[in-house]
Structures are given as C-alpha cells and as structure tokens.
Write a protein of this length. Sequence first.
Length: 484
Amino acid sequence: MLDVQNRSAEEAVTGVTGPAGTKPPDGPPPAPLRPYLILAGVLCGLYFLYSWVQYAHFRTPSWDLGIFGQSVRAYAEFRAPVVDIKGPGFQILGDHFSPVTALLAPLYWIWPSPVALLFAQAALFAAGAVVVGRTTQQLLGSRAAGIGLTVAYGLSWGLQEAVKSDFHEIAFAVPLLALTCRALLLGRWTAAVAWAAPLVLVKEDMGLTVAMVGAVLFLKGQKRLGAAVAGFGVAAFALTVLVLIPAASRVGEYDYWSKIEKTGQGAETSFGQVIGDALASGERWEMVFYLLAITGFLALRSPLILLVLPTLGWRFLSQDPNHWGMHWHYSAILMPVVFLALVDGVRSVRTSPRAWLVSYGKVVVPVATAVALVLAANLPLRELMKSETYRTDTRTVQARAAVDAVPDGVSVEADVSLLAHLTADHRVYWVGTSGDVDPDYLAFDLRGWSQQVSDPVQLASQLHPEARYEIVHRSDGFAVLKKV
C-alpha cells in the first residue's frame, strides 16, 4: 500500500516529495493515455455495434430501453420523467431513483433516438477501461499488464451481458466506481469521495456502495472521513427508499421490497426462508465464483472487494431469479471493482513472505487476460463474428413496416419488441398497462398472442372494450390497428 497518511495533500495526489518534477522511489510512475484511449475506442465500437445491430433487428430483450428512452425524452423536453410504458402518467422516480439519466438530455437534443442511449452506455463502459488500464500500469509498472487488464475488463462477462441487455442507468456507475477505486489505490482520499458521492444519483441501492467506500477509507486510516462517507451513504439510501421514492410512487412505498418479501408466485416469505434460499442457491454462488475467478481470486486480498458486498447482498436476498445469475446488467458495476482489486492484490503480494504467493502474483494478470479471452468465446460479443448477426430477416422487415404504419405524434400501445422504436415520436404504452386510456393505435407482435387469440381486432376489443379498432396494417408477424 502507498504510505500517504503522513504526506501533505499535494504529495498524496501528485506523488512529488522533492524538487519540482522529481518523484519518490515508491511513487507510481505516470502512465500514457493514448494506448488506453485507443483500446477504449475499440471497445466502445464493439459495444455500440452489438447494441445497434440488436436494436435495428428488433431483438430488444426487455422493455427497459423503451422506459429509459421515454424518461430521457421527457428530460430533454423539460418535462417531469413520466413513463407511460409503466402506466399512464407513471412517475419513473417513484420506481427507481436515477436522476443521473437527465445528463443524457443534451445528447438526446442532438440525437433524439434510443440509439443515443446505447451509444452513451458504450462510451461509459469503455471509459472505465481507460481508468482500469492506466491504474494498472501506474501501480504495477508494466504497460503489458495495463493493456492485458484493459482487455480482460473490456471483455468481461459482466459488461458483455449488460451490453446485451440494452441501456440501463448503471452505465454511469461503472466509470464512477472505476475512478473511485483508482483514487483509493493512489491514496487520493478527497478524489475518492468526490467520485463516489454522485453514485447516490445513479440508483437507490448505490448509497450502500458509497457506505462501503467509507469503510475502505476507514480501514486505510482515514477514520473521520470514512465514517462521514459511510454515514452519508446510509443516509442517502434511507432517504431515497423511505422518503423520495414513496413520495413519487403511486403506491406510496418502495415497491421493490416485494422482491425480498414475496416469492415469484406472490407468496409471503419469512426472513429465515430468505436466508436459507440465498445460502442454498447454486446459481447465486456460481455468479460469485465467476466474479472472483476472473481475477484469479487475488481480488480477495484487497479491501476494495468490500464494494461488491451491497450489490451481492440484495441480489442474494432477492426472490427474483433474474437477479441471481450472470445474465442481465446487474454485474456490470462489479467489473471495475474486482479488476482494480486484483491490481491491489498483485501489488500487496509482491512483499509477501510466501514465495509461492509472490510467484502467483507475477503470473495472475496474464492468466486473467487469457481467461477473459477464453470466456469471451461464449459471450454476447462473439455474435459480431457471425454473418447471420447482420442479416435482415423477414421478421425484421415486417417489424419495420409495422413501426412505419404508426403516424408520428399519435399515442400507441405496443409489445416489447416495438416499444423502443416508437418512444422518440409517440406517446407509448405497453400492452396491458394503458388502463382506461384508449390509445390512437395498437401495434402487436402476433407471435406473442397466437396461442391466445388469432384475430387482432378481437384482441383489441379485449384490451379496450369501450373503443373500436380496425386493422390498418398486417403481416404474418405484426398487426397495427387504428381507433375509429
């Protein structure tokens, strides 16, 4: 560890203890920016290409891109972030507290499309690669190690699965956590706090992660600062889930408590049952295993590993299977933490009295890089190597025609596959959530309804018995209906 507790503020930040331009023997050498910017540019391109192809071919995996597209559009138009996809007039800050997404409004002015959000996420994920790579080179003194871990981080399963899951607000947390961990490793305590504090605006649970930043500061000897940061994080978490979210929510409470209190079938659970299920879950522990395995388990030697506990904690307690495994976007924020914890672990074992541990520390970075490359062969970005990924099939053509059949500016109720493509210039509802509102148009992906009803007009009458709709466009896969 760097001995920064007895240095001046300037020495702690710059590493300079002698005349101008000199460095102490143990100070981290500077690392060039250019090679890591180049790697980040390549990663950004890969992330965005995957996201764009998935969007353009109507392979959106959930309604989330439509939700964020609708909320960012509202911010860009200086309106409250109402997301009709979750219900007419639904205030999104009463669901998850993520005001940070308002920062995307200027980008949306230039590029009014959900695709802009996909690009922003790709850039934010890639920005974390610059931080991870440069920090690795500075602390380990090896450009090869820096480039290797940049690649390992960039191809990590947590980021790739997040890219596959379309846009989410946690994209902002990834570079913020990378910068926080970097500052902690370099002994820049004020900078660590400055980068960590905005995390409470990313998502409500991040307050607990900020509290863990305070715990790391406390362990590093910054007891007052650490206690203050931990208190701030806990207070921010309590404020958002007990006050701010309930105030904006229709139900007057934080609705996601039910993910812990009830099973997927809606049955009540006991605390003992929740803990027992969490500890006995192979899927949950498999996720933890892979999280640590990509660092050769050496991340466990760093106090930075404390930062993963809040996210792992709520995921273990959740009764929703989507939170347990390696899919979706939930592990993306853990990637910069574990890779920089690995760097800290490598640095710490260099002075270990155990010869085998010293030797292991010398090879763990190339091993981690090799593991990342091997795992990448079975992760989402591999699809970019296949020609069929880019092929426009019949369903894509039909979906585009369905979107084109909905006039600009009208209200429309649509399926998941069409939602995001309509949010830029329509008022959009998800099928079944429009309540008493009878939208101007309905747009259905018929594959999802073929087992229930074959006639789109009959389906429309079931969803909106007080209104009458007629078909204005139909193909084998999609139907668009207009209110008459």
